[in-house]
Ligand binder design. Structure first.
Ligand SMILES: Cc1cc2nc3c(=O)[nH]c(=O)nc-3n(C[C@H](O)[C@H](O)[C@H](O)COP(=O)(O)OP(=O)(O)OC[C@H]3O[C@@H](n4cnc5c(N)ncnc54)[C@H](O)[C@@H]3O)c2cc1C
Length: 491
């Protein structure tokens, strides 16, 4: 039999796929990286149009200190190709119970002062002792103690404290709702506590000039500069399997052979569509079908003639905004909340080349169902509410809008993973942060089929969105490299 042309084929050049492919190519494996899109980056791809170049929607990467995005750029020797920035000008806004929108005061560089935080959130004197206990115990929790929290939700863990509601909202709405896009009563406490520690101790808010997608593009460029191959605009139609072993892929641009395939296309689309249920035992198929993804995220890009804020990004929240399962199910079925948490990002406030001179961009983002088939009427309800909230904080904004583009889970799914199950496809993150699907229960990056692995936010990593995808890219590259070498040693 002819020797396969490649050691490894990576399906998908999102942050997980491109970092994994780059690292394996750098270590000398012959890699083929394939993606259906024209640019690497997946859900966090850079958009370029009519002189505007920016992140597609609100993407706030964290942590800043010790970011794995940077670690991989350095390992691949491509750090000079991108300019990461960590703007010091966020502006998160808390709506007080009396209806006033109050900006977060400046925190000391590289840290968060609880007194300043408690003043901003209007905590009463008698509430501060318990608030400080929660804050310090959370930050000081050891990895061993965090490991005892896999089976409970963040909500259950927080209920051990008599947390004042504004502090509860700060942890849930400002931090976790955006980082995980999973209701507080379904979010695994272990993942949440570990990631909140990262955010507080290692800071949040990492961006890239030219859009965060430039980072994934640099990883993909490193695949080619290390003698491997990248083919964009090539949708993989099938991952081929013979006698329980992966043999390669079929794409729109031909078939390719390799003994290892790593899929960044999502565990559910990979098993149920690209490989096909018939190649797995029924128990594994049932397990994959039962996995629940994160919620979706939608919003709008506003192109402005004048800036409405100097902030690079921020979160608008109140005591009423934390999402719970019940609140989300109600909203989805039409019982819409008066208020929800809104995230915003202004690429023109950290990247002078994001827009033509004198033009400004402000993007909003908020939760929605993950279903890419939301109807126009359903989407309008979510968009209108998001707009109502952003206009309350920036009342002059309507005057300066020159153009507006709504985005929804349909666009997210088109850039990332296919819909193969009802209500799935447009998820913001992936599978692995829900109680029962997280930490030791997280799907294994190794599938039951010989030579088939998963990479990205479904398996192999932890943390926030793109950072989690890169963590998975690093871990899966190590796993696959070892697998490749061990099998080579048998031949
Ligand atoms: C609206 C929104 C806001 C977000 N905000 C944040 C944020 O603030 N901070 C943060 O860190 N993260 C954020 N995220 C999440 C983050 O973008 C994702 O978690 C991360 O980018 C996922 O990376 P991934 O490697 O798992 O895969 P994906 O990005 O899903 O990439 C998968 C890749 O596989 C390719 N692919 C799929 N099927 C095929 C096929 N059949 N053939 C060929 N190629 C295929 C796709 O084209 C894509 O390039 C946000 C996401 C969204 C949608």
């Amino acid at each position: 039999m002819a020797k396969p042309e490649y050691d490894v084929i990576v399906v998908g050049a999102g942050f997980g796929g491109s970092s994994c492919a780059g690292l394996l190519a750098k270590r000398g494996l012959k890699v083929l990286l394939l993606d259906k899109n024209s640019r690497a980056g997946g859900k966090a791809v850079t958009l370029s149009k009519k002189g505007f170049t920016h992140t597609p929607w609100v993407i706030i990467s964290a942590p800043v200190v010790g970011s794995l995005l940077e670690v991989v750029l350095k390992e691949l020797g491509v750090e000079s190709k991108v300019k990461l920035v960590s703007p010091s000008n966020p502006d998160s806004v808390y709506r007080t119970p009396s209806g006033k929108y109050v900006s977060m005061p400046q925190m000391p560089p590289g840290g968060m002062n609880p007194d300043v935080l408690f003043d901003w959130l209007g905590l009463k004197k008698e509430e501060r002792e318990e608030a400080l206990k929660l804050f310090t115990e959370l930050i000081a929790m050891s990895p061993q103690d965090i490991d005892t929290l896999h089976d409970i939700s963040l909500q259950q863990w927080l209920s051990r404290y008599n947390a004042p509601r504004p502090l509860y909202s700060f942890f849930v709405s400002l931090m976790c709702d955006g980082m995980f896009v999973i209701p507080v009563d379904a979010l695994a406490a272990s993942e949440a506590v570990r990631t909140i520690q990262d955010m507080i101790l290692r800071s949040g808010g990492l961006f890239c000039q030219g859009g965060i997608g430039r980072v994934a593009e640099a990883y993909a460029e490193a695949v080619e500069s290390n003698g491997s191959k990248v083919i964009m605009r090539s949708r993989v139609k099938k991952i081929t399997v013979e006698k329980g072993r992966v043999t390669g892929v079929v794409t729109e641009k031909g078939s390719f052979k390799a003994p290892i395939v790593i899929s960044n296309a999502g565990i559910q689309p990979t098993v149920l569509k690209l490989v096909g249920e018939e190649h797995f035992d029924q128990g594994y198929v049932n397990y994959v079908k039962e996995l629940v993804p994160s919620m979706g995220f939608m919003g709008a890009r506003y192109f402005l003639s004048k800036k409405v804020t100097d902030a690079a990004y921020g979160v608008i929240f109140s005591n009423e905004t934390p999402w719970s399962l019940e609140r989300f199910i109600k909203a989805k079925s039409g019982d819409f909340p008066k208020e929800f948490v809104v995230y915003y990002e202004c690429p023109t406030n950290y990247d002078p080349h994001a827009a033509p001179r004198g033009k400004h961009i402000l993007m909003t983002g908020f939760w929605c169902p993950a279903d890419p088939q939301m109807t126009a009427a359903q989407k309008k309800k979510w968009w209108d509410k998001g707009e109502e909230i952003i206009f309350k904080v920036f009342p002059n904004m309507p005057k300066y809008i020159e153009a507006k583009e709504g985005y929804s889970t349909r666009e997210v799914s088109a850039l990332a993973r296919d819909q193969v199950l009802p209500g799935q496809g447009g998820e913001c993150i992936g599978i692995g942060q829900i109680v029962g699907q997280c930490a030791k229960y997280k799907p294994s990056p190794k599938s039951p089929i010989q030579g088939l692995f998963y990479v990205g936010t479904d398996a192999g990593g932890y943390g926030v969105g793109v950072h989690q995808a890169v963590d998975s890219g690093i871990n899966v590259a190590n796993m696959v490299y070892r697998y490749h070498q061990m099998h080579k040693s048998l031949k």
